[in-house]
Design a protein around this ligand. Structure first.
Ligand SMILES: C[C@@](CO)(OP(=O)(O)O)[C@H](O)COP(=O)(O)OP(=O)(O)OC[C@H]1O[C@@H](n2ccc(N)nc2=O)[C@H](O)[C@@H]1O
Ligand SMILES: Nc1ncnc2c1ncn2[C@@H]1O[C@H](COP(=O)(O)OP(=O)(O)O)[C@@H](O)[C@H]1O
Length: 344
C-alpha cells in the first residue's frame, strides 16, 4: 500500500460531510457537489525524477472551498438529459457537457476529448473492472477555468464519487483516492475536503483542523494561466539566480501551525506561495490587483496555486462585502467571487 493511502486512512474518510459528495440521488441519476481549493501555503522543491511525468516536489496546504461544481451523472439516453446549452460531444462512448456560470468565459473547448471527466470515466472502468454503460456527465461549472482553483480536478473528484454511487462500483475510499491521485495531484484533496497538508506532489495527504471559517474574495483575471508555464518560469528564475535548489522541509513552519486556527487577522501573515513570483512575472498587472484588495480592506491577498486568481483573505463577512464591492469596479478583474473555506 502506498504511503498516500496509508496516510489518508487516518482522515476519517467515511465522513462525507466535506469534499466531493452526493447531494441528490434518483433511481437513474446522481448529483454531486465537488469543491474548489485555494493553497494557503505552497513551497516548491526540485523536480522528482521517479514519477511518470516529472513534476516538482511540493509542500502545500489545501483549503477546500464552498465554491464548487455540481455534476449530474446518468446513463446516456435517459430522457430529458440533453436539453439546453451546446450540443454534447460524444467522446467514444461517454458524453460531457459543461454549463459555465455567466461571467466566467466560454466553455466550448471543455466538451472536447481533453476534458478530464472523460479520462476519469475511462480510468474508473479500468480500475473497477465494471463495464458500466455509456454515461453522461453534466457539469454546472462555477470554478473559473485555469484559475489555480482546481476546477478540472473538482470535476474529476465529483465523477469518481458520483459514478461509484450510481453504478455501485464498490470502490472503497482508499481505492477512490488511488484513482484520484492518478488523475491529478489536487484531486485527492478535493475528494477528502476540508483542510489538508499535501506532500510529494500534493497527493499524499494529512488532515488539518477544519474549525475556523475563512472569508475569501476571489479576483478572477480575464485569461487563465497554464500550470506548466508557471512552473517553467519558476525554474527559469531559479536558474538565473544561480541559487541552490531548495530542499523542502518535512513539515510546515511551526508559526503556520500555531496560527492556523487563530483569527484571520493573525493567520493572514502565514499565507505563502512560492509560485507567486513566477505568476507575477507572467502577469505583472496582478500586483496591482493584490494592492487594490489590501487597500479595500483585505488582510492579505495571495495568488492561488499557479494563478492567476488573487485570493483575498478578509476578517469577516462585512469586510469581504467591502472588498467584493471595490474589486467589482477594477478593470483588471473580470469577475469577483465570494466564498468561504473550508467547505461545509
Ligand atoms: C499547482 C497546483 C497547486 O495545488 O494547482 P493549480 O494551481 O494548477 O490548480 C497543483 O500542484 C497542480 O497539480 P496538477 O493539477 O496535477 O498539475 P497539472 O496541471 O497536471 O500539471 C501540468 C504540468 O505542470 C508541471 N508541474 C505540475 C505540478 C508540479 N508539482 N510540478 C510541475 O512541474 C508539469 O510540467 C506538469 O506536467
Ligand atoms: N473539466 C475541466 N474543467 C476545467 N479545465 C479542464 C477540464 N478538463 C480539462 N481541462 C483543462 O485543464 C486546464 C486547467 O484547468 P483548471 O483545472 O480549471 O485550472 P487549474 O489547473 O489552474 O486549477 C484547462 O485550461 C483546460 O484546458
Amino acid at each position: 500500500m502506498s504511503q498516500h493511502l496509508m496516510k489518508s486512512k487516518q482522515n476519517n474518510c467515511t465522513d462525507k460531510v466535506r469534499g466531493a459528495r452526493i447531494v441528490a440521488q434518483e433511481p437513474d441519476s446522481v448529483s454531486v457537489f465537488s469543491p474548489g481549493k485555494v493553497n494557503l501555503y505552497l513551497r516548491v522543491g526540485s523536480v522528482l525524477a521517479d514519477s511518470d511525468a516529472p513534476r516538482h516536489q511540493l509542500l502545500t496546504v489545501f483549503q477546500c472551498l464552498s465554491l464548487g461544481e455540481t455534476l449530474t451523472i446518468q446513463p446516456l439516453g435517459i430522457s430529458g438529459t440533453q436539453s439546453g446549452g451546446n450540443t454534447i460531444q460524444d467522446e467514444g462512448i461517454d458524453a460531457v457537457k459543461t454549463r459555465l456560470e455567466s461571467g466566467l468565459g466560454s466553455e466550448e473547448h471543455l466538451d472536447g476529448p481533453g476534458n478530464l471527466v472523460y479520462k476519469t470515466l475511462r480510468l474508473l472502468r479500468e480500475t473497477s473492472g465494471v463495464d458500466f454503460p455509456p454515461t453522461q456527465v453534466l457539469v454546472d461549472k462555477k470554478i473559473p477555468i485555469a484559475g489555480g482553483l482546481a476546477g478540472g480536478s473538482a470535476d474529476a473528484a465529483g465523477t469518481i464519487v458520483g459514478v461509484n454511487r450510481l453504478y455501485q462500483l464498490g470502490l472503497s475510499q482508499e481505492r477512490q483516492l488511488e484513482v484520484a491521485a492518478r488523475l491529478g495531484a489536487d484531486v485527492p484533496a478535493l475528494l477528502l475536503g476540508g483542510n489538508s497538508v499535501g506532500t510529494r506532489f500534493g497527493d499524499i495527504l494529512e488532515p488539518l483542523p477544519n474549525g475556523t471559517k475563512r472569508f475569501w474574495i476571489l479576483a478572477i483575471a480575464s485569461a487563465g494561466l497554464s500550470t506548466p508555464q508557471v512552473f517553467g518560469e519558476l525554474d527559469r528564475q531559479r536558474a538565473l539566480s544561480g541559487a541552490k535548489l531548495p530542499v523542502l522541509p518535512d513539515s510546515l513552519p511551526k508559526e503556520f501551525l500555531m496560527n492556523f486556527e487563530a483569527p484571520a487577522r493573525v493567520f493572514a501573515a502565514e499565507l505563502y506561495n512560492e509560485l507567486e513570483a513566477a505568476a507575477l512575472r507572467l502577469r505583472p498587472e496582478l500586483q496591482a490587483v493584490k494592492t487594490a484588495a489590501v487597500q479595500a480592506g483585505a488582510l492579505a491577498a495571495i495568488i492561488s496555486g499557479s494563478g492567476p486568481t488573487v485570493a483575498c483573505l478578509c476578517a469577516d463577512a462585512l469586510a469581504a462585502a467591502q472588498v467584493y464591492a471595490e474589486l467589482q469596479d477594477n478593470p483588471l478583474v473580470k469577475t469577483v467571487i465570494k466564498t468561504t473555506g473550508p467547505d461545509y
